[in-house]
Design a protein around this ligand. Structure first.
Ligand SMILES: NC(=O)c1ccc[n+]([C@@H]2O[C@H](COP(=O)([O-])OP(=O)(O)OC[C@H]3O[C@@H](n4cnc5c(N)ncnc54)[C@H](O)[C@@H]3O)[C@@H](O)[C@H]2O)c1
Length: 441
């Protein structure tokens, strides 16, 4: 079993650290956010991720998992150092590597013995070699020649089911060119390796590309069904039937064929933009990716137009209840959530909003800061509906799948029901006295 430091204790770092400890490794999770580390030491999880609290408790109590702000100390004490810091989008769509560079340089400044540096952050092709160069520069400045290896080990977990995804992955990708590092990575993932999880060894570049190509493909798939849904509306077809039958084809598969208000989150939007940027930089335009980015922006605006068309001519003076703000259920993450653009757009058109999300209210209160005076942050879905003219369902949380229609109908002033995740059957909603609008149905 390996001694591991995980640098960056966000959505990916905290889950990776806890799961790697659960595999039997000794893990120190490091972050430069002292507040976060203090909370974690007390067993308080700064994010919403089902099951993470239990896993942290179990492994902390077993002495396999520690938290620290001391990056140099963690580098010195461990043989494997994961980089799991954020790579947010820069102005031009490329990935901002400043956090990765800072951590790589800090590793070079602290390293005392052979170390395997594992890049788990999603980074553009070529970053693994840059990480090696940054560490090399810092070692040279210290006039030291300590051997080290850089490994690319992209992460495919989904927020909301992160622990299951990390512990039961479809594959583990290891981009690495050093035999010894490969052996150590097998130790790190021993629990999975023994379980016959597909273990794919590639070059650094291929591993980096696998992550971008996978995320861009899924984003394109969502965009494809969104566009088909929009067309279905015009020609009188039902996208639910179309998607179901398409998904039955083993070559296509039913996942990611659910139309909605556009993809969001911390990964798809930024990763597809970064891929498009890499394509342009190398003279190989990624046209499908470019088009999906544009179409996705249009899709969010389309939701605003749909609401205005149905409730119009104008939204001025209307109050709209929004159910669901996180970019998907089971997370509090609102990064690039379609809800942000939709809420802002509705307010620009003169509406006031009553908002509710089961986990993302704290996030929403600062992400919607500039439109806050026109927002009421409701304690539950029924309070959001109270006195509103319409109800708009944006995130398919389970607790929204079984709304008390009678109660909602009596709380709403008018009867507009926008189901932008197609979780209800039109007939059932109409039978309860609502005017139903879905997507592509
Ligand atoms: N969130 C996901 O679902 C997901 C899935 C797969 C891959 N990824 C990728 O993983 C990476 C991390 O994503 P995330 O969502 O966990 O980000 P995050 O913003 O939640 O977490 C990043 C953490 O790194 C810390 N940090 C930044 N600089 C640091 C430094 N110098 N020293 C120590 N800590 C530092 C921050 O304080 C923060 O806690 C990104 O590249 C992302 O694209 C994310």
């Amino acid at each position: 079993m390996a001694n591991i430091a995980v640098i960056g204790t966000g959505y990916v770092g905290s889950v990776s650290g806890a799961c790697l400890a659960d595999f039997g490794n000794h893990v120190t999770c490091v972050d430069n956010n002292a507040e976060k580390i203090e909370a974690l030491k007390k067993g308080i999880i700064p994010i919403y991720e089902p099951g993470l609290d239990t896993l942290l408790k179990r492994n902390t109590e077993a002495g396999r998992l520690k938290f620290s702000t001391d990056l140099p100390g963690a580098v010195k004490a461990n043989e494997v150092v994961f980089i799991a810091v954020g790579t947010p989008p820069a102005e031009d769509g490329s990935a901002d590597l400043r956090y990765v560079e800072t951590v790589a340089r800090s590793i070079g400044q602290a390293m005392e013995k052979y170390t395997v540096v594992v890049d788990k952050s999603t980074v553009p092709v070529g970053t693994g070699r840059k990480v090696a160069a940054w560490i090399g520069e810092e070692l040279a400045a210290r006039k030291l020649e300590i051997p080290f290896a850089v490994v690319s080990n992209p992460e495919f977990l989904r927020e909301g089911s992160a622990i299951q995804d990390f512990t039961h992955p479809d594959r583990v990708v290891i981009g690495c060119e050093h035999e010894e590092a490969r052996r150590i990575m097998k130790e790190v993932y021993r629990a999975l390796y023994l379980n016959e999880t597909p273990y794919i060894e590639t070059s650094l570049e291929s591993a980096e590309m696998i992550k971008y190509a996978s995320n861009a493909f899924l984003a394109v798939k969502i965009t494809f069904i969104n566009e088909i849904a929009n067309l279905c509306e015009k020609i009188g077809a039902n996208v639910q039937d179309v998607a179901k039958a398409m998904g039955r084809d083993g070559r296509i598969g039913g996942k990611f064929l659910h139309p909605g208000p556009g993809f969001g989150g911390s990964c798809f939007p930024k990763d597809i933009r970064a891929l498009a940027r890499i394509g342009r930089d190398h003279g190989e335009a990624q046209r499908l990716a470019e088009t999906a980015i544009e179409a996705n922006e249009r899709q969010k605006l389309r939701m605003i137009d749909k609401i205005e068309t149905v409730m119009g001519p104008s939204l001025r003076g209307k109050t709209i209840a929004i159910l669901g703000l996180a970019f998907k259920p089971n997370t509090d993450d609102m990064r690039e959530s379609p809800a942000i653009a939709i809420c802002r757009g509705l307010i620009e058109k003169g509406a006031a909003l009553r908002l509710y999300d089961p986990a993302a209210m704290k996030e929403a209160s600062w992400r919607l800061e500039e439109v806050k005076p026109r927002c009421h942050f409701a304690p539950d879905e029924y309070d959001a509906a109270k006195g509103s003219d319409a109800l708009v369902l944006l995130t398919e949380w389970n607790q929204f799948r079984n709304l008390d229609f009678g109660r909602i109908r009596s709380l709403l002033k008018e009867n507009f029901f926008f189901d932008f995740r197609n979780i209800y059957k039109r007939e059932a909603v109409e039978a309860a006295g609502f005017y139903y609008t879905g997507i592509g149905t």
